[in-house]
Design a protein around this ligand. Structure first.
Ligand code: SAM
Length: 231
């Protein structure tokens, strides 16, 4: 399967394993991952955030409830919310999530945004689990036609040492543990370069024993609500 599908399947497998109830996808683009996750019956709340409202709206219709969702109402209810805004800003709508996914997002962030990202995601949103994927630049020599970056909008592409040192620093600062894996196997004989996409799975070390209290972290809304769908 194509690489993007392998990334989405990786997230789906994690969801099947850990059964988070509330999942937020940051940099959700055309909402394909959210659309796939709506079929995971453990999920009750799905949220998408992207800086670009137009790309979110492109295929948003796929997320709307189908007639069958009403004819055969399931036990669980599902709420999907889409927000336009930047991961460099805190908004209380992102509090209380179990899993936050950032698939191929960080390499699109400007220096100033990347600097704020850990405090927003790990410090403020503080979910039990965070998944971050990004290209592994060591794989680029195997990709035909790639001279500098895989995509013109990439601000950087990290090798495994660079990603792992950033991830470990971040994990340590916010009391998370992190493990590394990836998708996109290198060809036989080239295993040294590692996965095409590198992935860090962060788990909070001291999970909160009580529900997060909103007034503990007073912040005004920074994102614009694009849509709310109820199933
Ligand atoms: N996660 C999707 C996937 O894996 O297919 C899309 C990844 S796409 C390469 C990166 C997305 O991040 C784009 O939709 C872009 O608009 C969004 N993005 C870039 N900077 C952002 C920011 N500061 N805050 C939120 N989203 C941002």
């Amino acid at each position: 399967p194509p690489l993007y599908k392998q990334r989405y399947e990786f997230v789906k497998d994690l969801v099947r394993k850990y059964k988070p109830k509330k999942v937020a996808d940051l940099g959700c683009a055309d909402c394909t991952l959210l659309w796939m996750l709506k079929f995971c019956s453990c999920i009750e709340v799905l949220a998408g955030l992207d800086i670009c409202a137009a790309v979110m709206k492109e295929k948003m219709h796929r997320l709307t409830p189908l007639p069958a969702d009403y004819l055969e109402p399931s036990e669980r209810s599902l709420t999907v919310t889409l927000h336009q805004g930047s991961v460099a800003h805190k908004d209380p709508c992102m509090l209380g999530f179990d899993l936050v996914t950032c698939i191929e997002l960080i390499e699109h962030l400007q220096d100033s945004e990347l600097e704020k990202f850990p405090e927003v995601v790990f410090g403020f949103m503080a979910p039990s689990m965070v998944v971050i994927s990004t290209p592994n630049s060591e794989f680029n020599t195997l990709l035909p036609g790639v001279t500098v970056f895989r995509h013109p909008d990439h601000k950087f592409e990290w090798d495994r040492a660079q990603f792992q040192s950033w991830a470990q620093d971040t994990a340590q600062r916010y009391d998370y543990s992190v493990e590394f894996t990836g998708v996109g196997n290198p060809p036989t004989g080239m295993e040294d370069v590692g996965f095409c996409t590198q992935i860090g799975v962060f788990v909070k070390k001291y999970p909160q024993t009580r529900e997060p209290v909103l007034c503990e972290k007073p912040t005004e809304a920074a994102y614009k609500t694009v849509s709310i769908l109820l199933f």
